[in-house]
Design a protein around this ligand. Structure first.
Ligand SMILES: Nc1ncnc2c1ncn2[C@@H]1O[C@H](COP(=O)(O)OP(=O)(O)OP(=O)(O)O)[C@@H](O)[C@H]1O
Length: 288
């Protein structure tokens, strides 16, 4: 059974100017322990897909969601807001581009760990939470966990906060980790270290990952399988190697041609409304 199965997902926003269709029926699945990338340029619909999987858009007025999202065989749309909230941070967690956006600036790291751990173990004692957090920080190669637990995020470097965020995201051993271009807010060396660390940890724990990125170089290093999204539609999917060696869709080829080198950098604009991008979905046969 897939950890995540998305079928025909549609999303539109009701704006004062009228409805805006954002996702046009995307389908995607992730097996246990699999690392899957969703790659596409800015505005293609990657983040909204992640927000739906996290259950964050379902209750937003003005957002209309169709299709099906199943997490471990359970339909997210059939769950109450409370049930979805319970999944977040426990069974499904997320790592963001910028660690400062998800760490709370006014609480020490130790207190924030306690809160995260309490989602899976309500009423966990301070001593137990601190011992568990210490172990988790050691796992992400932080050598002085006591100091870090007693610090506020602003007292730590960006790279250190990123490690803390990875440790927190994996604290409750979630089945699914969503990673939205982790480390892009940091320098390239730290970004590479962050990705290495994340890969090692998810491998160790058999965590499935949905990795969101516009950087094909990073995707090639990290993902087992790739979905290419263009304007709310999946235009190509397949094992990473097959997609990179034989990109079948004109949009994938354009993304590759415009690829920033592995040292990062922004993605140059892709020509607007190139009619060839309306070519049909390309699926690479081997789904292993
Ligand atoms: N709350 C909202 N109301 C209206 N439109 C929205 C809302 N959230 C997202 N959108 C639109 O949905 C589209 C997809 O946005 P999304 O953030 O998923 O893109 P993305 O692929 O993640 O881009 P980026 O790489 O820049 O984060 C965009 O056109 C965006 O303007």
């Amino acid at each position: 059974m897939s950890v995540l199965a998305i079928r025909d997902l549609t999303l539109s926003f009701r704006l004062w100017s009228g409805p805006v269709e954002v996702l046009h029926g995307i389908s995607l699945s992730i097996a246990r322990g699999e690392r899957v990338a969703l790659v596409g340029e800015s505005g293609s619909g990657k983040s909204v897909t992640a927000r739906i999987v996290l259950g964050l858009l379902q209750d937003q007025s003005g957002a209309r969601i169709g299709g099906r999202v199943e997490f471990q065989g359970r339909n997210l749309s059939g769950m109450s807001a409370r049930e979805r909230r319970a999944l977040r941070g426990r069974d499904i967690s997320m790592i963001f581009q910028d660690p400062t956006s998800s760490l709370n600036p006014v609480f020490r790291i130790g207190g924030q760990f306690r809160e995260v751990l309490a989602r899976a173990t309500p009423g966990i004692s301070d001593t137990k939470a601190r011992a568990t957090a210490t172990g988790l920080l050691e796992e992400v190669a932080i050598h002085d966990p006591a100091r870090v637990l007693d610090s506020y995020p602003f007292q730590l470097s960006g790279g250190m906060n990123q490690r803390v965020m990875i440790a927190m995201a994996l604290a409750n051993r979630p089945s699914l980790l969503l990673a939205d271009e982790p480390g892009t807010a940091l320098d390239v060396t730290v970004q590479a270290q962050t990705l290495d660390l994340m890969r090692t940890l998810v491998d160790d724990h058999g965590t499935s990952v949905l990795f969101i990125s516009h950087n094909l170089g990073v995707v090639r290093e990290f993902a087992d399988r790739v979905y290419v999204i263009y304007r709310g539609r999946i235009v190509e999917e397949g094992p990473t190697r097959a997609v990179f060696e034989h990109p079948g869709h004109p949009y994938t080829r354009a993304l590759m041609a415009a690829q920033p080198n592995l040292t990062g950098g922004g993605l140059p604009r892709i020509p607007e409304r190139d009619p060839s991008f309306l070519a049909p979905l390309v699926v690479h046969g081997d789904r292993t």
